[in-house]
Design a protein around this ligand. Structure first.
Ligand SMILES: Cc1cc2nc3c(=O)[nH]c(=O)nc-3n(C[C@H](O)[C@H](O)[C@H](O)COP(=O)(O)OP(=O)(O)OC[C@H]3O[C@@H](n4cnc5c(N)ncnc54)[C@H](O)[C@@H]3O)c2cc1C
Length: 389
């Protein structure tokens, strides 16, 4: 006797960034019909901000069928070098690592998912569920869609989380990350010589900076065509944060300010602070950055990721501080384990989700706690700068 074929189940994914694309690609491979809804009307772009390449992301690529052979996944660094503020080297040890860019992961996953079921300019505004396990999403343009599963991959200010668990909100950690990208061939020669090929760090009072090379435009990893990516953590109180996040046109940007939008007096402020606090090579790359951008560091680890057939993952569920280098790999882990649970219980998604949730909650809490420990130590406790002896 033949077993009757099950009709494919349908998933709606809210948010078309990395968490949404990881999940969308994996669920489709498992036989689900998947549609992704992204509020931005344009293709997302960050000009290649840096991300440490973690194995979970490579595993999603592999399971999605991405041909890894011709793909240069990032730029290798050889050593970890710590500079004192006076420019002398405090320590240097060999620690090979691959740094990739947000754009490389995004463009690879976006190409794998294709255009037909990726819907841009669709902002989720409402949700409902019925007792027979159907979820309906309502969008700002008045349309709605119904499916067997809805995935909230809509980031740190998640609408899905806000609709279901309005009290679960990120909290400001008391410092922000200034960031910048400099084309490798525009780096001052002294900085290029001192920094290229390494993962570099330097601490000072309420200040911690790191930098490394990432793929350049078009995911180019050839020497001379890459970008130098730096991230500089600085303590800022709520009032100062609000001023920084008020853009050149006077608009309040909340918790992140993109390239090109920073008010010019803050860029000048950054350059002056670089002169006062950073070792010469890192000072030079900050000063060579024409369009710095910034994001507030926030903490979140929710207590729930599942409500019926609605789930949260990625930054919507928990935000590990960047010191863990884990937010993208955590989104990948959430998606890989979701796939595993749904494949283990193919006829019972509710059972699959109840198995999936506890470990993901624990991972979110673990990374939140680890990131807070590292960040608080770097910014608030180890505030005496190391000096050359
Ligand atoms: C444009 C962009 C550039 C980034 N660049 C970097 C980088 O250079 N380095 C780095 O470490 N991290 C970067 N990140 C963050 C990184 O993607 C996340 O920290 C991590 O990968 C987890 O991703 P996520 O998909 O859960 O969340 P996010 O990447 O924050 O994505 C959430 C998505 O949901 C969409 N969304 C939000 N609300 C709604 C709604 N109501 N309806 C529909 N869609 C909605 C957002 O527009 C966004 O695309 C970037 C994120 C974005 C969106």
């Amino acid at each position: 006797m033949n077993t009757p074929e099950r009709s494919p189940q349908r998933a709606l994914i809210i948010g078309g960034s990395l968490g949404g694309l990881f999940t969308g690609n994996l669920l489709r491979r498992a036989g689900w019909d998947v549609d992704i809804y992204e509020r931005s009307p344009h293709s997302l772009d960050s000009r290649g901000g840096g991300i440490v390449l973690q194995p979970e992301v490579v595993e999603v690529f592999r399971r999605t069928g991405v041909d890894l052979q011709p793909l240069e996944l990032g730029v290798q660094s050889r050593s970890r070098t710590v500079f004192r503020p006076d420019g002398s080297i405090q320590s240097k040890h060999v620690a090979p690592q691959t740094q990739t860019s947000w754009s490389l992961i995004y463009s690879t996953m976006r190409a794998a998912f294709g255009e037909e079921h990726y819907h841009q300019g669709q902002k989720l505004v409402g949700l409902s569920q019925t007792p027979d396990h159907r979820v309906t999403a309502r969008f700002a343009d008045g349309t709605q869609e119904t499916a067997d599963l809805l995935v909230g991959a809509d980031g740190s200010s998640s609408t899905v989380r806000h609709l279901l668990w309005p009290t679960e909100e990120p909290s400001y950690a008391g410092y922000l990350a200034w960031r910048g990208l400099v084309p490798e061939d525009e780096m001052p020669a002294m900085a290029r010589e001192a920094l290229s090929g390494d993962f570099s760090f330097s601490s000072n009072v309420q200040s911690h900076i790191l930098g490394y090379l990432v793929p350049g435009d078009g995911n180019d990893t050839r020497p001379g065509h890459r970008l130098y990516n730096w991230v500089w953590y600085r303590v800022a109180d709520n009032a100062q944060l609000h001023e920084i996040m008020t853009d050149a046109g006077g608009r309040d940007r909340g918790f992140s300010i993109p390239e090109g939008k920073l008010a010019s007096h803050w860029r000048e402020h950054l350059y002056r602070e670089a002169d006062a606090l950073l070792p010469a090579p890192l000072r030079a790359v900050v000063r060579a950055t024409t369009q710095p951008f910034a994001q507030a560091i926030r903490d979140l680890a929710v207590d729930h990721m599942v409500d019926g057939r609605i789930i949260l993952l990625g930054d919507a569920a928990s935000i590990p501080r960047p010191h863990t280098a884990a937010s993208t790999s955590k989104a990948a882990s959430n998606a890989l384990s979701l796939l595993a649970a749904l494949q283990t219980f193919p006829d019972d998604p509710d059972l699959a989700l109840s198995h999936w949730q506890p470990e993901q909650l624990a991972l979110g809490r673990y990374l939140r706690d680890q990131g807070s420990r590292i960040g608080d130590h770097l910014l608030f406790q180890s505030s005496r700068p190391a000096t050359a002896r």
